[in-house]
Write a protein that binds this ligand. Structure first.
Ligand SMILES: *[C@@H]1O[C@H](CO)[C@@H](O)[C@H](O)[C@H]1NC(C)=O
Ligand SMILES: *[C@@H]1O[C@H](CO)[C@@H](O)[C@H](O)[C@H]1NC(C)=O
Length: 310
C-alpha cells in the first residue's frame, strides 16, 4: 500500500515536471526542405500541424516551383535558380497522358527513364543553387535550427542537414533502389519482399523470385544518373568522400507515407514510422471519369467489370 502511494507520488511528480518543461521543450525551429510537386501537399499538412503546436517552420524552396507557395503558418525563403519558368514548366508538365498509355513495357520503361533523367537534372541544378548560395547558407546556419524535415527522394535536404550538422527527419513514400532499407540497415529479403515494378506479391514462385532479383538492376542505372550529383556535392562541401547511404543513414526518424494496408508486410527498424493516413488529409471526391480511367489503367478488364457491378 505504502509502496503504491509512493509510486503514485513519483508518477505525479514526473507528470508535473513534464507539464512544466513541456511547453518550453516543445517549441522547436524546423527547417523544411520539401520535394517538388505533390510531395509537398502532404508535407504541408505536417508543417501546418507543427505550427499549430507552437513550432516555428522555415520552408526553403527554389524561386520557380510547382506548388510551394508562401502561407501564414511558415516563413518562406526562396533562392535563385539557373533556369527559367518556361524551361521548368516544359520539363515538369511533360506529357501526363504518357502514364495511361498502353505502350510496350520496354518502350514505356525507356521513355520514363529519359523523362526521369531530365527531371533529375533540374533538381540537381536547383540543389546546387541552394547548397552553394553562400548568403542563404550563412543565414540558415546562424538560425540554429533543431531539426531538418525533408523528403529524401532527391536528397538535397539530407545533404543540407549533414552540411549544417542538424538532425534530419525524413518524410517520404519510399526511396528507389532500396536506399531506404540500406541506409537504415533494415533486413530486406528478396524471397518475400516484392521489388518495385515487379507486380510480385509476397508469395513468389521460383521464377518470380528471379524476376524480383533482376528488376532492381534496371533501376540501379537511373539511381546512378539521378543521385550521384548529390554524392559529389556532399563530398565537395564536407571535403571528404561521402556516399549516398552515409548521407541518408544520418536520418534520425523515417516517416513513411505508407501503410501495410497498401504495401506487403516487411521487416522494419525502430526509427521507421508509418503515417499513410496523412495522404488523406485533403480528400476530395474523384470524378467518375477520372476513377474509371485510373482503375482501367491499373486493373485488367474483368476486374473493372467486377468493380462496376458493386
Ligand atoms: C530532355 O531534355 C532535352 C533537352 O532539354 C530535350 O531535348 C528532350 O526532349 C528531353 N527528353 C524528354 C524525354 O523529356
Ligand atoms: C556554421 O557555423 C559554425 C559556427 O559559427 C561554423 O563552425 C560552421 O563552419 C558553419 N557551417 C557552415 C556550413 O557554414
Amino acid at each position: 500500500m505504502a509502496l503504491g502511494l509512493q509510486l503514485r507520488r513519483q508518477v505525479l511528480a514526473g507528470l508535473l515536471l513534464c507539464l512544466c518543461v513541456g511547453r518550453w521543450a516543445e517549441a522547436g525551429k524546423v527547417l523544411v526542405v520539401p520535394m517538388e510537386g505533390s510531395h509537398w501537399l502532404s508535407m504541408r499538412e505536417a508543417v501546418r500541424e507543427l505550427h499549430a503546436r507552437g513550432h516555428q517552420a522555415v520552408v526553403v524552396a527554389p524561386e520557380v516551383n510547382l506548388h510551394i507557395k508562401a502561407d501564414d503558418f511558415f516563413t518562406m525563403k526562396t533562392y535563385a535558380i539557373p533556369y527559367t519558368r518556361d524551361e521548368f514548366d516544359s520539363i515538369m508538365k511533360g506529357r501526363p497522358d504518357e502514364f495511361f498509355e498502353r505502350a510496350r513495357f520496354l518502350t514505356w520503361f525507356l521513355e520514363t527513364m529519359a523523362t526521369l533523367k531530365n527531371v533529375s537534372l533540374f533538381f540537381a541544378r536547383s540543389c546546387e543553387a541552394l547548397l552553394y548560395n553562400k548568403d542563404l547558407i550563412r543565414d540558415l546556419n546562424a538560425s540554429s535550427f533543431d531539426v531538418v524535415l525533408t523528403d529524401p527522394v532527391y536528397p538535397c535536404g539530407a545533404v543540407l542537414a549533414k552540411y549544417l550538422s542538424i538532425p534530419a527527419v525524413f518524410f517520404l513514400r519510399f526511396l528507389p533502389c532500396d536506399l531506404d532499407v540500406e541506409s537504415t540497415a533494415c533486413p530486406n529479403p528478396f524471397s518475400y519482399i516484392p521489388r518495385l515494378l515487379t507486380m510480385n506479391s509476397d508469395r513468389m514462385t521460383f521464377f518470380q523470385r528471379v524476376k524480383n532479383m533482376l528488376y532492381p538492376l534496371g533501376l540501379k542505372y537511373i539511381c546512378q544518373v539521378s543521385l550521384t550529383p548529390y554524392e559529389r556535392m556532399a563530398s565537395e562541401l564536407l571535403q571528404r568522400e561521402v556516399s549516398l547511404v552515409e548521407i541518408l543513414a544520418s536520418g534520425s526518424v523515417w516517416l513513411f507515407r505508407g501503410d501495410f494496408v497498401m504495401d506487403y508486410p516487411r521487416p522494419i527498424m525502430p526509427n521507421m514510422v508509418f503515417i499513410g493516413g496523412i495522404n488523406c488529409a485533403n480528400k476530395k471526391p474523384l470524378s467518375q471519369v477520372c476513377t474509371a480511367a485510373f482503375v482501367q489503367s491499373v486493373f485488367p478488364v474483368e476486374h473493372v467489370l467486377f468493380f462496376k457491378k458493386q
